[in-house]
Design a protein around this ligand. Structure first.
Ligand code: TNX
Length: 541
């Protein structure tokens, strides 16, 4: 105890129990409640007979809180208007997605102006309890919530995770598990990479061959850099439209928006296998190797536009997201340069080169989506031929593309690969899983170093929507492998997206992970990787 106080003194903190709090992402402000004579106030203990209630606009939150606490504690709160133990109040002064939470021995009061704010207050309450609360079956524990006062709201509106079922399929059940884990960490965008060279994973009623042919493949390239297939043909695997709706609704009830990605004009070999007439070349090479393939959609063939518009028609019906991702990365112009149709299109549009043609191609779909009330977002290559009008940028090759776009008044999501590529190695000792060879590792402490605003003038900062971790799946063939690579690195992404830059420090984040976060992930059933520390810095450096 003495040491504890000495340490608190050294850290300038007021009360011991707060040292133990392990909430991730760290709230904007969290203060311990004290009694009138300055003593730490007693915690709230969860027991049978307690109640939840308050403003009926938060009826969904009452239910969420009940369902959050019951599995591990065995305690079902009753809904009651009479002085409820957990009270939700409408407070229009609370920021978008923000909340205020105060806990005393007698009960908890949550103030929010939105369902999202109330939901995030519940996630914080859950993390203030012992990690065992994340378990799926009843256990005995001391269910105490420390007496605290919290005011909280996110730094960014887009706090994302990208999953890639195109390279290796991810079953719906695993997608839902990831949504649960995201929501628990206040991540709110699932970017679903539904199409790529190795697989088309979303049912499109008008073009059934996309999944019937493009959902399967003749084999998988292994190992990574050898351009040969493993000789094991895969039968089609894809999400039916009913499953897509189910996932979108599941995510929505956890305040996660699902943003679909339909890749164009590159990374489209699966679609071209289904409809070879959409390639520029007569005899396209349709081997689904990893990396950057030459075969891309022909930009001079009206059928390309017809098919992609038809696909987007169905996509916007399935996904209510404000943004629709249309890829745009790694689209080599080899085929376009040699294609009479593409050359004619380039001349018709007055483009000076094929990069400009890609910009016009992107603008076509940005206009198409705008007519349906949606915004296009694409990878940073889409700005190589000039920024496409109306497009938002996802900056992956670094932050430079994002900075250029933000300065020009385009919305940007930062996903720079030196921090946000969570498919890269993580420097965990004896890591049993495979990674793309030769990539510079992205251990969790490196991910945590990203500041999405860095290098931006103040007037461009508001254009940064947020950030996202990208989990590409060339090497991910089982849920445990996916979980290991995603977590705990996604905790770092969550904290960067939520907590003010000035409130973040690696040592404190790492402590919260070790003292609570890691155990919570385990209790959620995730096979998370261990935490790694940066190499010790020499004193004086
Ligand atoms: C680059 S990031 C890609 C993906 C790969 C990834 C592997 C991006 C927009 N394109 O197609 O899967 O690298 O890290």
């Amino acid at each position: 105890m003495k040491r504890c106080f000495a340490m608190m003194f050294a850290l300038g903190l007021a009360v011991c129990p707060v040292l133990a709090q392990t909430v991730i992402p760290k709230p904007v402000s969290l203060a311990p409640m004290t009694t009138e004579n300055g003593q730490p106030a007693k915690p709230l203990t969860l027991t049978w007979g307690q109640t939840v209630g308050g403003d009926s606009r938060f009826a969904d939150a009452f239910q969420t809180l009940r369902e959050t606490l019951a599995p591990a504690s065995g305690i079902w709160l009753k809904v009651s208007e009479q002085n409820p133990t957990f009270r939700f109040e409408y407070d229009e002064k609370q920021p978008q997605e923000g909340y205020a939470l105060s806990v005393t021995e007698k009960g908890a009061v949550i103030r929010a102006a939105s369902g999202a704010g109330a939901f995030y207050a519940i996630q914080t309450l859950r993390q203030l309890l012992p990690p065992a609360i994340f378990g799926a079956a009843p256990v005995r524990a001391k269910w105490e919530i420390p007496a605290v006062s919290i005011q909280d709201a996110p730094r960014y509106a887009w706090r994302g995770l990208m999953l890639d079922p195109a390279r290796n399929f991810i079953p719906v059940e695993e997608i839902k598990r990831q949504i649960d884990a995201m929501a628990a960490h206040k991540l709110n965008v699932l970017h679903w990479h539904l199409t790529d060279d190795q697989g088309w994973r979303i049912e499109i009623k008008r073009y059934p061959r996309l999944t019937a042919v493009g959902g399967g493949r003749p084999g998988t390239p292994r190992p990574f850099n050898r351009l040969t297939l493993d000789g094991e043909p895969q039968a089609p695997r894809f999400y039916t439209q009913a499953q897509v709706r189910e996932v979108v609704a599941y995510a929505a009830s956890r305040f996660v928006t699902v943003v679909p990605e339909i890749e164009m004009p590159g990374h489209a070999v699966a679609a071209i296998r289904a409809y070879p007439e959409l390639a520029c070349a007569q005899n396209p090479n349709l081997t689904p190797n990893w990396g950057v393939l030459k075969e891309i959609f022909c930009a001079g063939n009206p059928k390309t536009y017809e098919l992609l518009e038809g696909v987007l028609d169905e996509v916007v019906e399935l996904f209510p997201s404000a943004y629709i991702h249309t890829g745009g990365d790694e689209a080599p112009k080899t085929r376009w340069n040699a294609c009479p149709k593409c050359k004619a299109k380039m001349a018709e549009l007055g483009c000076r080169n094929m990069h400009e043609l890609q910009t016009r191609f992107t603008e076509h779909f940005a206009r198409y989506l705008a007519k349906k009330g949606r915004n296009l977002i694409g990878w940073d290559e889409i700005l190589e031929g000039g920024l496409p009008k109306g497009a938002a940028i996802m900056s992956w090759r670094g932050t430079a593309g994002g900075i250029t776009a933000a300065k020009a008044g385009h919305k940007v999501v930062m996903t720079p690969k030196p921090y946000c590529y969570i498919d890269y190695k993580q420097q965990v000792p004896n890591d049993p899983y495979e990674y793309i060879p030769n990539n510079t590792p992205n251990p969790i402490w490196k991910t945590y170093e990203l500041n999405p605003d860095a290098g931006l003038p103040d007037n461009a900062k508001p254009y940064i929507l947020g950030l996202q971790g990208n989990l590409w799946s060339e090497y991910i063939r089982a849920p445990e492998d996916l979980q290991w690579k995603a977590w705990p690195r996604a905790c770092a992404i969550a904290e960067i997206g939520w907590t003010p830059q000035s409130g973040r420090a690696w040592a404190d984040f790492s402590r919260r992970l070790r003292e609570g976060g890691a155990e919570r992930l385990r209790k959620m059933g995730l096979h998370a990787a261990p935490i790694t520390e940066p190499p010790a810095k020499k004193v004086g450096k």
